[in-house]
Write a protein that binds this ligand. Sequence first.
Ligand code: ASP
Length: 587
Amino acid sequence: MRSHYCGGLNKTHIGEEVVLKGWVHRRRDHGGVIFLDVRDRDGVAQVVFDPDREESFNLADSVRNEFVIEVHGLVRGRPEGTINSEMPTGEIEVLGKELVILNKSETPPFQLDEHQQVGEDVRLRHRYIDLRRPEMQEKMRFRSKVTNAIRNFMDDNGFLDIETPILNRATPEGARDYLVPSRTHEGSFFALPQSPQLFKQLLMVSGFDRYYQIAKCFRDEDLRADRQPEFTQIDIETSFMDEEEIMGMTETMIRKLFLDMLDVDLGDFPRMPYSEAMQRYGSDKPDLRFPMELVDVADLMAEIEFKVFAGPAKDPNGRVAALKVPGGAQLTRKIIDEYTKFVGIYGAKGLAWIKVNELEKGVEGLQSPIVKFLGPDVAMAIMERLEAKNGDIIFFGADKEKVVSEALGALRIKVGEDMNMAQCEWAPLWVVDFPMFEETDKGSLTALHHPFTAPSCSAEELKANPLDALSRAYDMVLNGCELGGGSVRIHDQAMQKTVFGVLGISDEEAEEKFGFLLNALKFGAPPHGGLAFGLDRLIMLMTGTDSIREVIAFPKTQSASCMMTEAPGIVSAAQLRELNIKLRKTP
Ligand code: ASP
């Protein structure tokens, strides 16, 4: 057995005989003395081999980086002048007496003993080596501490950790399912859980009262930088608690986590209705670190000749909004062109702007390709509404409401980041009062959260004006990321049927897909609600990482494959036959 981890050695161990086991991080030959930096999961210690112990010296001479070794030796203080204050173990070294090579290593595909820029594909293909790097070890260790802290919090608050099945019927969270063919039920498929939603609700019907699970979820979506096809949720459900109580308790959990792990006090989280978030920030997950806001100007534009603005200003589904960037008049043409391209991603057809150079000169002091179309009165009225000052730039969006909100909302963050406008490091909030439904492009309704979310209104009101109905859902947002979301659920069978009806799910389909839930709601279902946090995203934010893949031990690529195992893979014809599956095209 090892006696110590390398990284744990310090002055207090001087004079002790130790046994270390780990990897050769670096080998140096210094005029007849061999130094091996030995690394394990706790850090690196320097081991010295003198030529007078011939056998171990020769072995030390033969090892190469990443060999696995066992060292027996004596801890001693480093001679004056050789102390390395950069290294946690830099005050000591180990005089190597015995050396055993436990395994050899080929030259690794990238070096670990110095920081090297390595392409992500190489890192992912050799993830087991990549994970040896101290920064990756640190992230995995941090992640483990976070899940441990969460488990402790949950346990202290009376939550039971209960596992729910992976092979399921589809649960609608709005994404595509991963399907698993059933061998025993020809032609039938399991769906991997998009979340444990219905099971956790059923656990409430069973009377467990407080449930949590650190649960794997699967969603077959097109991937963005902060998404993975399989990801981990901290999944929570409670009975007899309303939204205030659920938000209160989970906010306490997150606040405690940040305090314990990062020594950061997030303070009380403000609340913001969804409609306000969309109007002021163009997003249902506003990043409140940046002070800029969207300002509506449609009323000023409705009567002008210029159709690009007047059209959306008069359209009930349109929006015309402005975003003032203090100090932005210095932005070059090239940067403005880049921003124009950027808003294009969100469907904006262009990006109009006005630079405020010398406001005291009136419209003459404005520099812009559009002022001539607006006319001086409108231009100056905009300046007044936006409280423009010399040196500002004002960007405009005019289109369908969704396009303008999304485009200017995203631009707000991009410009804020580019110009270092964040006013604090952490900006949490709760977004509340979400609409129950939204209209799809095809004109049908979908649930904004999921169809099990309780409305704030009666069934009659819901049926009469579904698009006006608000839900009892809430999202926790941090720095523009949705950390978690949940809702009070429907616990009344009639209300659940009403919601299915509004969503255009027929009684037969509801019975076929969710009969078990509708049945359960008949047998004394308590009022209940919960939420789920995205663990990967939480760790990503807490560690200041910008890719979710950096905080997952074995992540998938953006095309949803594993570069190391090369999953998904082709299966044999025999396996397919057994599953009664015939491919339309043979790969
Ligand atoms: N199941 C929901 C989700 O995964 C969260 C919740 O409502 O608890 O988004």
